[in-house]
Write a protein that binds this ligand. Structure first.
Ligand code: SF4
Ligand code: SF4
Length: 241
């Protein structure tokens, strides 16, 4: 997003809409300017049409800026998956498809939030730490599509400094491997310049207990157990096995 300095009158009406604090008022010139390093191209500032002079404008985006937009604007589908938002249907939706068999768990690390965002170098740090545990990253996920080596979690060098609102590292692991993966995530957390939330999904036991809970607690996480019912949205393909 850019602001035309010739037509901006510095009213700051656009500023409050930016979740990244990327629009700054410049008192010396009496206008506002977008910090393009912080702007994630989410388009939120433009949607309410706050600018009385049309100085706030969506500039033409090159491939790299389009990448920021796809990860940050929920109205824009990703090229690699055709899914909008974070570009993945996520384990929160996909568990109804039977993707997670007994003895397996879905793991997703959701990096970034409005206000903080995340750079892909932090996403890569998490992916590379997890990859050492021998996991297979979810193929239908735009973060995986940016990896140059899915075995190591290495991502494209030219995207590492790019900032987006949020991105998800996602995989299915065996129950035997879950503790190691969670330890790797815990060990790397202090190196990140952003926040993340950790999602775990699994088939529940006949007594409704969640097999992943004890494993998560054993490595120091305190999971909050939630169920999710996708009324009308789910594909009821899961069969007892
Ligand atoms: S596109 Fe998003 S991040 Fe960029 S200035 Fe507008 S609201 Fe802020
Ligand atoms: S709303 Fe328009 S005129 Fe007002 S500060 Fe933003 S870009 Fe400038």
């Amino acid at each position: 997003m850019i602001i035309d300095p010739e037509t901006c009158m510095g009213c700051q009406a656009c500023q409050i809409y930016c979740p990244m604090g990327a629009i700054a008022y410049l008192p010396d010139s009496g206008i506002c300017r977008v910090n393009l390093d912080e702007c994630v191209e989410c388009g939120i500032c433009l949607r309410p049409d706050p600018c009385p002079t049309d100085a706030l404008q969506q500039q033409e985006l090159d491939e790299i800026r389009e990448l920021r937009r796809a990860f940050s604007n929920p109205l824009v589908p990703h090229k690699s998956t055709s899914v909008p938002g974070r570009g993945t249907e996520e384990i929160k939706t996909n568990e109804v498809t039977g993707r997670f068999k007994r003895g397996h768990a879905g793991v997703a690390v959701e990096l970034g939030r409005p206000g903080t965002g995340t750079r892909f170098k932090d996403v890569e740090t998490v992916a590379m730490a997890i990859a050492k545990c021998g996991v297979s990253f979810e193929p239908h996920n735009p973060v995986t599509a940016l990896m140059t080596d899915v075995k190591t979690g290495k991502m494209r060098d030219d995207v590492l400094n790019e900032k987006v609102l949020s991105a998800i590292v996602e995989m299915v692991v065996t129950a035997d491997n879950l503790a190691g993966v969670l330890k790797a995530i815990k060990n790397v957390a202090g190196q990140l310049d952003t926040v993340f939330s950790l999602d775990l999904a699994c088939r529940v036991n006949p007594d409704n207990s969640a097999p992943v809970e004890e494993i998560a607690r054993s490595v120091g996480f305190m999971p909050s157990i939630n169920g999710k019912t996708n009324v009308g949205l789910g594909r009821p393909l899961a069969k007892e096995d």
